[in-house]
Write a protein that binds this ligand. Structure first.
Ligand code: DGT
Length: 243
């Protein structure tokens, strides 16, 4: 990589408009260095999705600053900002059309080779090839029905075909088995070097090999470090590990 894809959270607090002033994020400070994989873990409602939503400016921080490549995101046109990143939302959004159209969505100039490489990294190529029409198979509308995990892998392929500097996976492998998830992470390491990756997850296995893990609890950052260090020092992380 060329050192792009740095993210800094500096004393970031956030509350939703009309959210009765309740702070969803409280004084969050941490950095993702270019090329790092950073896991984000915490119980439901702890603020994980809200946190990553500040990076593409789905929302803006109420206090503090979010920087991408050193620049305050509030000084960047959201459209330009979002060109650097790909976000796989919690709920996959596939449309009626072919598998190929779904993967290339938002990046129509992608070649077949680029599309196939993205599908291979997302561990989607093999199951696509096994369907009778392959990449021309139709998604939805009584056509081939894909499983939840397969739809997540198609969504990840769609994100990767855009060759982002920053990849945000919001619980995007929850329906993917651990072995396949591991293969996706290995493929990212091999082919997408320099990619900064934020990985929101519910299960520890999804984040335990990340460069660092951010632990959220009721909007507060209660731990940051490697799996080993958090197991030693972070009570909330220990509790998630034991659950
Ligand atoms: P998850 O996805 O269930 O694992 O939960 P997190 O950790 O991603 O949490 P998040 O960021 O979805 O929610 C944090 C808090 O913010 C929670 O109390 C619900 C609230 N919240 C989330 N989205 C909205 C919204 O669009 N409007 C308002 N007013 N509150 C929201």
């Amino acid at each position: 990589g060329d050192g792009k894809g740095r993210i800094d959270f500096e004393h970031v607090s956030f509350s939703y408009e009309g959210g009765h002033g309740e702070s969803v994020l409280k004084d969050i400070t941490f950095s993702c260095l270019p090329g790092e994989t950073v896991g984000i873990i915490g119980s439901t409602g702890s603020g994980k999705s809200s946190l990553v939503g500040l990076i593409p400016r789905f929302y803006d921080a109420t206090k503090g600053t979010v920087r991408v490549d050193g620049v305050d995101v509030r000084e960047v046109d959201p459209k330009l900002l979002r060109e650097k990143m790909a976000i796989v939302p919690q709920k996959t959004v596939l449309f009626t059309g072919t598998v190929k159209e779904n993967i290339r969505w938002g990046k129509d100039e992608a070649t077949d080779e680029e599309m196939e490489l993205a599908a291979r990294m997302a561990q989607a190529h093999d199951f696509i090839e096994r369907t009778p029409d392959g990449y021309q198979a139709r998604v939805g509308q009584g056509g081939i029905n894909f499983s939840g995990g397969q739809k997540q892998r198609l969504s990840i392929a769609r994100a990767l075909v855009r060759k982002p500097e920053i990849l945000i996976l919001d619980d995007s492998t929850s329906a993917v088995d651990v072995a396949t998830e591991t293969k996706i992470k290995e493929a990212l390491r091999e082919y997408a070097q320099g990619l900064t990756c934020l990985l929101i997850a519910q299960r520890i296995t999804s984040v335990m090999d990340a460069d660092k893990i951010v632990v959220l609890d009721q909007g507060e950052l209660v731990g940051i470090g490697t799996h080993e260090s958090l197991l030693k020092d972070c009570r909330v992380y220990q509790e998630i590990f034991q659950s």
